[in-house]
Design a protein. Structure first.
Length: 277
């Protein structure tokens, strides 16, 4: 009887992962993001529901999210590249400093406790949600050139923030590139490519840190959960292509507002869960 209940639980969770993966993949292609802002909170609650070690709930969610983003972002990058929407020069320079930021952020995340990572995630989610809602109707373009000092500063910041969040960083990098005069489509395509680099470095970092800490999490290597990875991958890869194609046809203002509201909901859920309410 118990085995039957457990079996039904896992079937339910697998079915729940399918629409989540589809949404994450679509947004990954549409906005050039890796989908981590959607994937991480849902993975967190799923792992919590399965009674995984609470000490490493956020670590496992973030690490798994990065692993999922790798193939998803590849599909997104390939599609955007077909539209000539990737600036390879910015990838070679700005991307280098983003990687440095990711390495610093991964080190911070590996040493932090789950509650600290949850607080960090929640604060950043509220900030990003506010930005998306406030700037949904603005098309601010700076005449400033993206000079080396700005590439170093913003690269380190976006990389550092992305690592503990399990995100590809495009939700920050798209506005940054837009601010420095890059057209929106070029900004999205380039941010998607940088997101792949962030995900690759982040996944390796969380796999390595989990291995060094010798964590013993069910069906996982380091801080990467294999079943979740295998379920998400085919769905997110397909939907990322759909989203990337849609990015060149759809008006994203309303979707940006919706995404901002979604982030507020996610942040509120985390606050309620960890405030004892």
């Amino acid at each position: 009887m118990i085995n039957e209940i457990l079996s039904n639980q896992y079937i339910f969770l697998i079915l729940l992962m399918v629409p989540i993966a589809a949404i994450a993949g679509f947004f990954a292609g549409l906005f050039g993001i890796g989908g981590g802002l959607i994937t991480v909170p849902f993975l967190f609650f799923i792992f919590e529901y399965l009674n995984f070690d609470k000490t490493y709930l956020m670590h496992l969610s973030v690490g798994t999210s990065f692993a999922i983003i790798i193939p998803t972002s590849l599909v997104s990058v390939y599609t955007h590249n077909k539209y000539n929407s990737v600036d390879h020069n910015i990838i070679k320079t700005y991307g280098l400093f983003v990687v440095m930021g990711v390495l610093l952020g991964t080190t911070f995340a590996a040493m932090a406790k789950t509650k600290l990572l949850v607080v960090f995630f929640t604060i950043v989610v509220f900030c990003l949600g506010t930005y998306l809602l406030i700037n949904s109707n603005q098309q601010t373009i700076s005449k400033n050139k993206f000079k080396l000092q700005f590439r170093i500063l913003f690269g380190l910041i976006s990389g550092f923030i992305s690592a503990p969040m399990g995100i590809g960083g495009a939700v920050m990098n798209v506005p940054i590139l837009k601010y420095f005069g890059y057209p929106i489509k070029k900004a999205i395509g380039s941010a998607a490519t940088i997101g792949f680099i962030i995900a690759l470095c982040g996944a390796i970092g969380f796999w390595y840190s989990g291995s060094v800490l010798n964590v013993n999490l069910p069906l996982s290597i380091g801080f990467i959960n294999i079943p979740a990875f295998l379920i998400f991958i085919p769905i997110t890869m397909f939907m990322a292509k759909v989203g990337a194609n849609s990015a060149h046809k759809i008006d994203k203002k309303k979707l940006q507002v919706f995404f901002g509201i979604f982030l507020y909901v996610v942040g509120t859920i985390f606050v309620l869960r960890y405030s004892g309410l």
